[in-house]
Ligand binder design. Structure first.
Ligand code: 2P0
Length: 326
C-alpha cells in the first residue's frame, strides 16, 4: 500500500476567488491556469495497519500539528471512499521555495491525491484525481494536468461536476511566466480566509463572479487562436478585478505592497515601448509577468535592475501529475 507521485504548481490566468461550499471546495466561478515546469512537490504515501495515527514529514521534518490536520482530514475522505480505516506515513518533498511566490498547496495536494489514491488501490482516472485533489485545496485540481487547464465550477451541490480538464498542451503554445519576488514574508491574510471574507462582505463580489465567467470565455478564445495580446489583456484585467473585490470587503484588505505597484507600472511602461508583457497577481505581493519566449530575457533583466526586486524565476508550461517508482 505505497505509492509516490509528483505534481507541479500552476499559475491562474483567470482566478479562482471564492467558494460556494467550503467543505467540498466548490468554487463560485470557473478558472483557468498554466501548470508550470519548475516547481513541484513529490509525495510518498504508505498506508499501514501498524499506525495509530497519520504521520507527515515535510522536507524530512515532522510537520506541525495544524498542517498535519489538513492532511489527515484530506486522507479521511479517502478512507471514507475506500471504507478502509487505515493510517498513513506521508513523506513530502517540496521543490517550491517559499521565496518562489507560488503556492505549494496546488502541487502539494495534487501529488498527495495521486499518491494516496494509488496506495489505496482506488483506481481513479484523472478526472477522479482532480475531484479528489480539489478537496485538499481548490487550485490543486488544476495541477493534475499539464499545459493550459480549465476548472469548471460545476452546478451540482455534491461536487461531482466540479473538476479540471486540459484545454491545450503546453508544447502547442510556449509562453513564459516570470515570477518577480518582492517579499518572501508570510502574507497577513491567507487566500482561504481572504476569499471567505470577500464572499461574505464585499459588495463587489457578485460582479466578480459574472466578470470572471466572461473573462474565461475571452481567455479560452485567445488560447485557441494563440492570440497573445488578447490573452494578456484579459489576464491582467481579471487579476485587477479579483484584487478590487478585496478593497470592498469588511474589513477591507489588500495583498499589494508599494513595490507591487511599481512593478505593475514597469510592465505598463514596457508595453508602451512595444514589448508585449502583462502582469497577474495572486493572494500576495509578488507579481507574475506573462510574456513570449523571445522577450523573456530582456524583461527578466529589466526586473532584476529594479533595486527592490529580490529575485526573478522563469517558468514555462509544464507537465501534469506523474507516478514515480518507489
Ligand atoms: C488561483 N488562488 O486561482 C487563486 C488566485 C489565489 C488567487 O487558488 O482554500 O490555496 O485551499 O481552495 O487554492 C489560492 O487558493 O485555496 C488560489 P483553498 P487555494 O490560483
Amino acid at each position: 500500500m505505497k505509492a509516490t507521485a509528483r505534481a507541479f504548481t500552476n499559475i491562474a490566468l483567470i482566478k479562482y476567488w471564492g467558494k460556494r461550499n467550503e467543505s467540498l471546495f466548490l468554487p463560485m466561478n470557473s478558472s483557468l491556469s498554466i501548470t508550470l515546469d519548475k516547481f513541484y512537490t513529490t509525495t510518498s504515501v504508505q498506508f499501514c495497519e501498524c499506525l495509530t495515527k497519520d504521520v507527515v514529514f515535510l522536507n524530512h521534518s515532522l510537520m506541525d500539528e495544524k498542517e498535519t490536520r489538513k492532511i489527515t482530514s484530506f486522507l479521511d475522505r479517502l478512507r471514507e471512499i475506500s471504507g478502509k480505516r487505515v493510517n498513513a506515513i506521508v513523506n513530502t518533498m517540496n521543490k517550491v521555495p517559499i521565496s518562489a511566490g507560488l503556492a505549494s498547496s496546488a502541487s502539494g495536494f495534487a501529488a498527495l491525491a495521486a499518491a494516496a489514491a494509488k496506495a489505496m488501490n482506488l483506481n481513479l482516472d484523472k478526472k477522479g484525481l482532480s475531484q479528489l485533489a480539489r478537496q485538499g485545496s481548490g487550485s490543486a485540481c488544476r495541477s493534475i494536468y499539464g499545459g493550459y487547464v480549465e476548472w469548471q465550477r460545476g452546478e451540482m451541490e455534491d461536487g461531482t461536476d466540479s473538476y479540471a480538464s486540459p484545454i491545450m498542451d503546453g508544447q502547442d503554445w510556449n509562453l513564459s511566466i516570470l515570477s518577480v519576488i518582492l517579499s518572501s514574508e508570510p502574507k497577513k491574510v491567507s487566500s482561504r480566509d481572504g476569499m471567505k471574507r470577500t464572499v461574505e462582505s464585499s459588495p463587489f463580489y457578485s460582479n466578480w463572479v459574472a466578470e470572471a465567467e466572461k473573462d474565461l470565455q475571452t481567455a479560452k478564445n485567445a488560447i485557441s487562436k494563440r492570440d497573445f495580446e488578447m490573452l494578456g489583456k484579459v489576464v491582467e484585467a481579471n487579476a485587477l478585478k479579483m484584487h478590487a473585490t478585496t478593497l470592498g470587503a469588511d474589513p477591507p484588505f489588500m495583498y499589494w505592497q508599494g513595490t507591487t505597484y511599481h512593478v505593475m507600472q514597469k510592465v505598463q511602461e514596457l508595453r508602451q515601448s512595444g514589448i508585449q508583457a502583462y502582469f497577474t497577481i495572486d493572494a500576495g505581493p509578488n507579481v507574475k509577468i506573462l510574456c513570449q519566449p523571445e522577450d523573456e530575457q530582456y524583461i527578466r533583466k529589466e526586473m532584476l535592475d529594479l533595486p527592490f526586486v529580490q529575485d526573478v524565476h522563469l517558468c514555462h508550461p509544464g507537465p501534469g501529475v506523474t507516478y514515480l517508482s518507489n
